[in-house]
Design a protein around this ligand. Structure first.
Ligand code: SAM
Ligand code: SF4
Length: 386
């Protein structure tokens, strides 16, 4: 059987952070579509998956993301997990991850999550400076983040990720270094380090437009990024994706599926799927429906998939596998993107790998490319006329 990743979106949070545009709603006050009804809807969606898919794949990674999955009752999470296990073959060594906000972690919850079978927790810490956390609109302080980490470890979670953010209001190099040092000293198996993205529709976006959002300069942002790379590598973490590092063997199995275009199936509002070379997604909102890509065999759809391929695989530090490109699209990478590879301005952002015969065999971001991912991605996408 082919392997599959299963994603479940839990769109609830205690409170919305000031920078975040993920699909999530305040947990309390969702009217008739409160978490319990939502969990039932997701279970139904799982049951309704075609037998062909259920029988053709074996899930080796389950990922409950959000929002904040840990802000709803573990009974609801258990119901969804059970529905997955009843309907799909789940391999014995599957990675079963859940995202958590520190404020929602208690001893009882951590033990319940372990008992349900979750074996990896990804916790949003962002910073260990209370002033920075306040400016981000986080509901927890640094002390609670550290306590929750300890609680999860005590409950037996041997595979943990911590999310950090840099380039955020109120942060300077010293505060960033201090957060990094303290998080590294905890020794989580995985650390994500995200540069702040200013997303439309968030309070940060409005402040930014009004010129009121004070964030570190771009130069400082890049120095913060490089500091993270140095410290993480010195501490034995492998930098394997633009914003992700892990101890060897602890790369996130689920996210690797996204970045290498392996099959995954998403349940819940806004969840995306990629199966049999086809993409489909659920609409946003609590009463979501599934939508399919139109004209999936058209030239446009094929270009879109090539764009997705570059967009995801180029984020990996090992870069793009041009052989896989040929297998997926029946074309040579160089025939499609040859002009870009000749572009001198772009060349400094790329590591172009050629075999002894001079043929292109791989492509990765150079270290200045890592500082300019948006520029590089834009050039590739534009060249496909998307
Ligand atoms: C679903 S949340 C993680 C779990 C939980 N909801 C929490 O925040 O603690 C995913 C992560 O994406 C990152 N993130 C969200 N919005 C971002 C933005 N605008 N810029 C950079 N990182 C962002 C944060 O690090 C956050 O922890
Ligand atoms: S960062 Fe996490 S806790 Fe904050 S609003 Fe987004 S999903 Fe919710």
């Amino acid at each position: 059987m082919r392997s599959l990743g299963i994603y479940v979106h839990i769109p609830f949070c205690l409170l919305k952070c000031r920078y975040c545009d993920f699909v999530s709603f305040p947990r309390d006050g969702c009217g008739s579509f409160e978490p319990d009804a939502y969990a039932n809807r997701v279970c139904r969606e799982i049951e309704e998956t075609s037998d062909e898919v259920k029988k053709g794949y074996s899930a080796d990674s389950l990922y409950f993301g959000g929002g904040t999955p840990t802000c709803i009752g573990t009974d609801m999470l258990g119901r969804i997990l059970l529905a997955i296990k009843r309907n799909f073959s789940v391999s014995g060594d599957a990675e079963i991850s859940i995202e958590a906000n520190p404020e929602t972690v208690t001893e009882e919850k951590a033990e319940n999550l372990r008992a349900l079978g979750f074996n990896r927790v990804s916790m949003g810490v962002q910073s260990l400076d209370d002033g920075v956390l306040g400016k981000l609109g986080r509901v927890h302080n640094a002390e609670k983040a550290l306590r929750s980490y300890e609680i999860l470890r005590k409950a037996g979670f041997g595979n943990m990720n911590i999310d950090l953010m840099f380039g955020v209001p109120g942060q300077n190099m010293k505060k960033w270094e201090d957060s990094l040092d303290r998080v590294i000293s905890l020794g989580p198996e995985h650390i994500s380090f995200y540069s702040l993205q200013i997303e439309e529709g968030t309070p940060f976006y409005d402040e930014y437009k009004e010129g009121k959002l004070r964030i570190p300069s771009w130069d400082l942002n890049r120095s913060m990024y490089r500091l993270a790379l140095e410290k993480l590598e010195a501490a034995g973490y492998v930098h394997y994706e633009v914003s992700n590092a892990a101890k060897p063997g602890f790369e996130c199995r689920h996210n690797l599926k996204y970045w290498t275009m392996k099959p995954y199936l998403g349940f819940g509002t806004s969840a995306h799927s990629y199966l049999e070379g086809k993409r489909f997604f659920n609409t946003d909102g609590l009463c979501y429906v599934r939508e399919y890509e139109e004209n999936e065999n058209s030239e446009d759809a094929s270009s879109e998939r090539m764009g997705d391929f570059v967009f995801t695989e180029l984020r990996l530090i090992k870069g793009i596998d041009t052989e896989q490109f040929r297998e997926l699209f029946g074309k040579d990478f160089e025939d499609v993107f040859g002009e870009l590879l000749e572009d001198r301005k772009l060349q400094k952002y790329l590591e172009i790998k050629r075999g002894e015969d001079g043929k292109l065999c791989g492509l990765a971001l150079s270290s200045s490319g890592l500082d300019n991912t948006n520029t590089v991605m834009q050039r590739f996408i534009q060249s496909l006329n998307l």
